[in-house]
Write a protein that binds this ligand. Structure first.
Ligand code: HEC
Length: 266
């Protein structure tokens, strides 16, 4: 009887611990996503990956500059407002910097008291400007509509690696490939893309002395696009870590509680 009891209690204990451990481990596992496209994507070493992942503030600020000076010529980013740039967990520009950045754009507002629309300088509450009024206008000008980039890293499998690969994936079309229009890209599905190679070495001036190579600018702008799609990533990781600590403490507590309960029975 005693051995049987011990046997059951051992099994129960192992099962309970295994369950707790499995929940704990599921937080540790890196997100597993299928690689997009036919060609295997290039992988960069992202500081935001993993349970302790955080954004690199300098990369976010450089990435914003690349977005603003290069990508924003064709792409909109309608879900991001200038004031987001000063929130914790992002590029964390100062209020003064954000006001100055917003003031560079002109916004149509109104109507005023006489019913007239009027133009005013941008304010922190305003969304990033759109270069085209609608996707049709964008497609007419560019050969295909340039999609909004606010959530792009979440809209593609393995988003950050895909965008990084795409931006650095322009090569000459292989012999025999019928490139009717646009450019050839290793990572774009079907390879023919209406976006011309957007980056070239030295294109954006970096104030912090980081080499402004195509590779570096592609990484920085992708870092920035990850933040626009997931501005709460750091908070989420912090909560995940707290849950892990809680689970470790809970499993320790369960272990001692069960030892006590079963040892009292005989
Ligand atoms: C000259 C205009 C232009 C510029 C500048 C430009 N893009 Fe594009 N982009 C496009 C167009 C047009 C498309 C649609 C391509 C297509 O569907 O063939 C596109 C598509 C994309 C896509 C989506 C690809 C997909 O899988 O559907 C991403 C991501 C992207 N651009 C990122 C960027 C980034 C980041 C920058 C800045 C470094 C940038 N683009 C600069 C015109 C531009």
């Amino acid at each position: 009887m005693k051995t049987k009891m011990n046997d059951i209690s051992r099994k129960a204990r192992i099962a309970a611990l295994a369950a707790v451990a499995a929940i704990g481990l599921s937080f540790l596992a890196a997100p597993v996503e299928a690689a997009g496209g036919e060609v295997e994507l290039k992988h960069a070493d992202w500081s935001f990956d993993g349970v302790f992942g955080v954004y690199d503030r300098d990369a976010l600020r450089r990435g914003y500059k690349v977005y603003k000076e290069v990508c924003a010529v064709c792409h909109s980013m309608e879900y991001v407002r200038f004031r987001n740039l000063m929130e914790p967990g992002g590029p964390e520009f100062t209020e003064g910097q954000v006001k100055a950045l917003a003031a560079e754009i002109t916004v149509m507002d109104g109507p005023d008291s006489s019913g007239e629309m009027y133009e005013r300088p941008g304010e922190p509450k305003d969304a990033f400007p759109s270069p085209y009024p609608n996707p049709e206008a964008s497609a007419a000008a560019l050969g295909a509509a340039a999609p909004d980039l606010s959530l792009m890293t979440k809209a593609r499998p393995d988003g950050p690696n895909y965008i990084y690969s795409l931006l650095t994936g322009y090569v000459d079309a292989p012999e025999g490939f019928d490139l009717a229009a646009g450019s050839y890209n290793l990572y774009f599905p079907g390879h023919q893309i209406a976006m011309p190679p957007p980056l070239s070495d030295g294109q954006v001036d970096y104030e912090d002395g980081t080499p402004n190579t195509v590779d570096q600018m592609a990484k920085d702008v992708t870092h920035f696009l990850m933040w626009t799609a997931e501005p709460r990533l750091e908070q989420r990781h912090r909560i995940g870590f707290q849950v892990m600590i809680y689970l470790v403490l809970l499993s320790g507590f369960l272990w001692f509680a069960m030892r006590k309960v079963w040892s009292d029975q005989h």
